[in-house]
Design a protein around this ligand. Structure first.
Ligand code: COA
Ligand code: AMP
Length: 640
């Protein structure tokens, strides 16, 4: 029997029965009587009359079932030379105390808590403590600037901000308190306080309204899990859209728990007691789902890594971690392995470690480019699996379901739609296209459990962004095709979202920042191919007619401005000051043509172009920026 096909068909033919069966496998305070109902705006609501607590399902329940002495998280931090492990019992007790501390600071059910922390166990403890109280966390990645943090504070309106005194990067310590303080100066909303974890590298000077993590924990009393409705939000996670305002993806509790639990078995083939390692960050969706929640829901141990694939100390870091913690399944972004391959092209460091515990390698965050796929296949004796998903879905949409029916992999493909996801490819008119034809990748309603339940504070935006383009379908924003065997190939975004080192960024937002500089009249930001990071942003600006300054200084100011406003994670390091940009006769900048020029690709001059000679100007300006052949050869190309 093909278990994948069986699950897939049942999940679409009778979603109620399929997901009720899966729901029965996690602990509820009040089990749901029905899986799927329809909420306002026609969105799926899962397990609406069920009650549970995710912290209970992931921690207390396992302790009660005899798993208390098993390690829940292994923390490994080469950047601070720190290592720690916490058992399920220790995690539960720490989380219960932290929940008590948050409660003392006024946090109650439904309140939002913004968490701006590095990869430390306390970040997970804080997230679980929120879940325990029924509070809604919103974790912000440490590589975002104070302005980005302020945007999120204003949107989520948190009761409390939880942070640490610093994050530690390879070559520098990043003090977080000044960033938080600056964000609070710029935000209209004022949380009632900030809780800081003090780290040795830099200590935060606490002022009025600031609280010390250790002291708060020491004086707190443990609190129990509250029952929340399955449809109550567990968290808000902001992600880049097409505008300057990030979208607050809202995740429910019950559907998410059921979907994650199912995925650990069906996709990742993990059994309780085994070790899962996802080398992401708690600030991204991969971190939320597969560092923090899913491994513990499934009774596994999770590796929490504060380090990089390379330089901490070398390109053998992943192999060391897999070997040291007996990792069974490892998950990271292709860019991380491009970095490893660049440093250690023949994977010589692999020979220094015993990685026989490893059974599978999963990659996501961007398309697994065939050269990296082949490199991994040639060095590892395990399935190398590309799987496709988004912040919005919270778990994979397409994958090779190792726990159901492992399938042969194909380079460049994320294999097949995961049970629950009815994936289709549509053309511009909304018609389904035949195999091997490119189109817009959409998901027919209803979305399975675990996917976004809304956009925080803006129900209309959910409909606008995802539902309007093709009624009855969720618009993923990605383009791709199915081959004759039903394998899905996801090729890239159809909007102005770019993917830099597995991080999703909005070029529209960068344009807003550039446009705010007083010397800039017009600008465009495009994503260009990069052999290491997949894509990098390139800005092109036309100065105002009265601009008399030095263009090099202006370029430096613009690079600094994007770093200050969005953060180092934007990797915005290239900007060109030009006299004109190619435009249509109606004045729209031809960004697609600029992208083709930057990537050295052939294209037809758009018929709507105002002045064809403007393309030649753009080509010359961009070509002057291109890396030399030597630089380009130093890394493997991201595409075939
Ligand atoms: N706090 C503060 N700054 C941070 C940060 C954090 N948490 N994370 C990254 N930054 C900074 C970096 O220091 C760097 O700053 P710089 O411009 O001064 O050098 C900048 O943001 C860009 O970071 P990054 O893209 O991580 O570049 P890198 O050169 O340090 O590392 C890779 C390159 C490929 C090794 C790294 O991007 C990587 O491991 N990517 C995997 C991504 C991933 O796991 N994505 C999750 C989806 S699965
Ligand atoms: P994020 O929401 O940050 O997880 O980014 C989601 C986007 O990353 C998707 O819409 C895709 O554009 C891209 N992406 C993630 N995983 C893959 C993959 N396996 N193949 C192709 N694109 C991917």
């Amino acid at each position: 029997m093909n278990r994948y096909q069986d699950d897939y068909r049942r999940s679409l033919d009778d979603p109620n029965a399929f997901w009720m069966h899966q729901a029965a496998r996690i602990p509820w305070f009040r089990p749901p009587t029905q899986a799927l109902t329809t909420g306002d705006g026609g969105h799926a609501r899962w397990f609406a009359d069920g009650e549970l607590n995710l912290c209970h399902a992931a921690l207390d329940h396992h302790v009660d079932q005899g798993r208390g002495d098993q390690v829940a998280i292994y923390w490994d931090s080469p950047v601070t030379r720190g290592k720690r492990q916490l058992t399920y019992r220790e995690m539960r007790d720490q989380v219960a105390l932290c929940a008590g501390a948050l409660q003392k600071l006024g946090v109650t059910q439904g309140d939002r808590v913004v968490i701006y922390m590095p990869m430390v166990p306390e970040a997970l403890i804080a997230m679980y403590a929120c879940a325990r109280l029924g509070a809604i966390h919103s974790v912000v990645f440490g590589g975002f600037s104070s302005r980005e943090l302020a945007l999120r504070i204003d949107d989520a309106r948190p009761k409390l901000v939880i942070s640490a005194s610093c994050g530690v990067e390879v070559d520098r310590v990043v003090p977080y308190q000044p960033i938080v303080a600056d964000a609070l100066r710029h935000s209209a909303h004022a949380p009632s306080g900030c809780l800081y974890l003090q780290r040795d590298a830099v200590r935060a000077e606490l002022g009025p309204g600031d609280h010390d993590w250790e002291e708060s924990m020491a004086s707190a009393r443990p609190v129990d899990c509250v029952a929340v409705a399955a449809t109550d939000p567990l968290y808000i996670l902001y992600t880049s859209g097409t505008t300057g305002k990030p979208k607050g993806v809202v995740r429910d509790t019950g559907g998410y728990a059921v979907a994650l639990h199912y995925s650990m078995e069906a996709i990742y083939a993990m059994a309780p007691g085994e070790v899962f390692f996802s080398a992401s960050d708690v600030g991204w969706v991969v971190g939320h789902s597969y560092i923090v929640y899913a491994p513990l829901l499934a009774g596994c141990s999770s590796v929490v890594y504060e380090g990089k694939p390379v330089r901490t100390p070398d390109a053998g870091a992943f192999w060391r971690l897999i070997s040291e913690y007996n990792v069974k399944s490892f998950f990271t972004a292709p860019t991380a392995f491009r970095a490893v391959r660049k440093e250690d092209p023949d994977a010589r460091l692999l020979a220094e470690y015993d990685i026989t515990s490893l059974r599978s390698l999963f990659l996501a965050g961007e398309r697994l480019d065939p050269p990296t796929y082949h490199w991994l296949k040639s060095h590892l004796q395990v399935p190398v699996i590309d799987h496709w998903w988004q912040t919005e879905t919270g778990w994979p949409i397409a994958a090779n379901p190792l726990g159901l029916t492992p399938m042969p992999t194909k380079a460049g493909s994320a294999t097949m739609p995961v049970p629950g996801y009815d994936v289709r490819i549509l053309d511009r008119r909304g018609e389904e296209v035949p195999a091997l034809t490119h189109g817009s990748v959409v998901i027919k309603h209803p979305l399975p459990p675990g996917c976004l339940s809304g956009i925080w504070g803006d129900p209309e935006r959910m409909a606008q962004a995802y539902m309007k383009a093709h009624p009855g379908y969720y618009l993923s924003g990605d383009s791709g095709y199915f081959d004759e065997d039903g394998y899905l190939f996801v090729m890239g975004r159809t909007d102005d979202v770019i993917n830099v080192a597995g991080h999703r960024l909005s070029t529209g937002e960068m344009e807003e920042v550039l446009g705010s500089h007083p010397a800039v009249a017009e600008c465009a930001v495009i994503g260009t191919q990069d052999p290491l990071k997949g894509q990098l942003p390139l800005g092109m600006v036309i100065p105002r007619a009265d601009f008399e300054g030095d263009t090099t200084t202006l370029e430096q100011e613009l690079v600094a401005l994007v770093r200050e406003r969005i953060g180092p994670v934007a990797c915005f390091k290239q900007v060109l000051v030009v006299e004109r940009l190619p435009k249509t006769r109606s004045g729209k900048i031809l960004r697609k043509a600029l992208r083709h020029i930057a990537d050295g690709e052939a294209f037809d001059t758009p018929s709507t172009i105002d002045d064809p000679t403007s393309l030649e100007d753009a080509r010359q300006a961009i070509e002057a920026l291109r890396p030399s052949d030597d630089d380009a050869a130093a890394a493997s190309p991201p595409r075939q």
